[in-house]
Design a protein around this ligand. Sequence first.
Ligand code: TNX
Length: 526
Amino acid sequence: MKAPRLLLFIFSLAFASCKNNPPTNLADENLIPKPVSVTATGESFELTSETVLVATDVPESLRDTLAAATGFSLASATEGNLKSAIYMKLDSTDRELGAEGYELVIETEKISIKATQPAGLFYGTQTLLQLITRKQVDNKLLIPTGTIRDYPTYSWRGSMLDVSRHFISVTDVKRYIDLISHYKMNVLHLHLTDDQGWRIEIKSWPNLAVHGGTTQVGGGKGGFYTQEQYKEIVAHAATRFVTIVPEIDMPSHINAALAAYGTLNNPETKFPKSGNYIGPVETQGIVDGNNKPTDLYTGIEVGWSTLSLAKPNTLKFVNDVIRELAAITPGPYLHIGGDEAHVTKKEEYIKFINQFSEIVKANNKKMIGWEEIAQANIDGNSIAQHWASEEHAAAAAAKGAQIIMSPSKKVYLDMQYDSTTRIGLHWAAYIEVDESYNWDPATRVQGITRENILGVEAPLWSETVVNMTDIEYMAFPRLIGVAEIGWSPAEGRSWDEYKVRLGKHAPHLERLGVDFYRSPKVEWSK
Ligand code: TNX
């Protein structure tokens, strides 16, 4: 055959196979979170090495993820008569989509993603990625045709990593950000300090990290983020439209600071009988006159340490830490902890929270605290995070605070799935995958209505969680169910429907390399 004929032959083959593509159903694609609306048209778009990307307002990182997932380079092109193209564009006129929504239209020769803001293009791309990696028929990347219109129910969809009880590396935090944002979560709360370790460099109080960061639960070597590394995490998160919310837990959960600086130590703190740790010889707690620092702590008891207003340097410490943290945090929030202050006198606790709120405000940030802050003079300028006490949470809402829903019996990712789970705690509950999915933030707590609720957050405390394998095993698959609770409409959500979708979604989690818990409550696809 001469060359032109050969080409013709190849073309006709390609054309014929194109026509022979099997019928599809976009509505049956096991997407998580479930989109607001899906209309299927039954055909398919074939992604090939010829497919181009027409996008002017799109961050490079989006092209990179798409290219990595498809294995094709997705060359840039400008609008015109294109054979196979993915279009992404901003369009502020489609108001229904809101700030984070998108419309994804898949036709046989083109795919278009439209959003009012870049975040929406990002989420549309995440949906597309789930569609791309699911369909490989006869070695062809076929994407079912139809239209998806999608936008979130709650504006706060988050997770928390406790990097204090066990230190978590920058690399692992970045991977966690990649995973949560793929499931359309937009907040990562970092629990940066606790009794067992101070994990963020504070230049005006350097010993906090240098000494206070040298150990962790069980006595391992701990670690901390320099401010440069923290900024690197923040910047990575920004490319995935994730806001970093840093937490300095005060006035309790503060031993790492008391161990670094004797000037902060005080008689209210009741060091537990075991779990003390002197620390490496290269670093020392700083003695200040008669004020000796505490030992470092490697146990898991809570609520026994406190700052004290009787110590003249306490508020200077708080001011300095919040000022430095605010300066490296572009997001609007600072979390001041405020939980489990068992040895702080109630009047002093209230004074502390009122002070924190002033200081956070003076640094142009919005204060978040665990629900116990409801006892102080909080108002609509503060956000309370519900975890255990419905009474405190409802009181916070009654004072006008917005509420983040993290009910420990549902979304504490450090809780064991059942009594046989190899790591995890169970003080709140054993939480199987159905339990963590089966609840509605808007009806969970009496006195807290949809209007009070900013959104949902699933915390992962790390007393028993040591590495990325542990993180993934405890977080997945519960986390993606929480992502769906935050994103998808509550109406029509049911475990019976979700468990089938989740089971069929499993190969996608595998492709992401996620080591998830295969709950016996779900039939998992191979
Ligand atoms: C309670 S939740 C805590 C944490 C622990 C966690 C363990 C909250 C505000 N405080 O200090 O790590 O339980 O599950």
